[in-house]
Design a protein around this ligand. Sequence first.
Ligand SMILES: [Mg+2]
Length: 301
Amino acid sequence: MMLERQRILVVDDERINRKLLSELLEVHHDVVVAKSGEQALERMQADTGIDLILLDVMMPGMSGHDVLRRLKGNDATKDVPVIFITSLNSVDDEEIGLDLGAADYIIKPFHPGIVRLRVENHLRFVRQRKMLETLAGRDCLTEIDNRRRFEEVLEREWRRAGRGTGPMSLAILDVDYFKQYNDHYGHARGDQALKAVAKALSGGPHRSTDFVARYGGEEFVMLFPGTGAAGARELAETVRRAVETLCIPHEYSAIAPHLTVSIGGATSEDFQAPALALVEAADSMLYRAKAEGRNRVVWLA
Ligand SMILES: [Mg+2]
């Protein structure tokens, strides 16, 4: 099985250590480095895709212990495993580190083989945790529901609608020129943009019965049970405007100086057909929205 590359942050004030650890780990993973505790925290703020941190303890300015305390005090970073890598080699130091919440403790001078194996162990835990979240219906990045949950909700609502609860509308949303965004601004900024879009969607004008999920990549879905075409289209338009209003700069978009989305939608009143038919209808409208110039809502008339 092809494993997705995981991202490791190496924090050490000494260049030689950053170099050795990077060279050791970048064969199988993406490695980013920070020279100080302050820089490490900045990086964690900007990059939500870090899976594991190798953290030096003795650094001028903010120590590794301080960095870990700050990470644990922040909901966005408290679950990222941290391995201390340090020349403090007394048992007491190790206990302090683990007590602060470190996942592991490696003593310098380190043995490359051991570092690699310990890192792999922790990265495996991270993958398992993400898999559990996926099974539970959560999208790990945006923290809204995922495609799996969407498919469950769609089936359930489709059966309900079949018992006469009215029409059902579905919209699929795609971020315009997202590949160019990632290519030019990097995956960390790309992840942030997706989170912002997810927030705009889930904080939108919806009623409690409406449902939004990340469908995959830069695609999202919105389900409006009991809502006809005119009402749902209006809600989709509000979402499109809400993303525009975020004013996330996108210099590499061919249609606007900021990030925009295209939305395709469809409405069904016939629940004998499989629910998938509605998804396919919305998807073909999305295709049309793209073809007609993007940054718009196209609804199946
Ligand atoms: Mg040091």
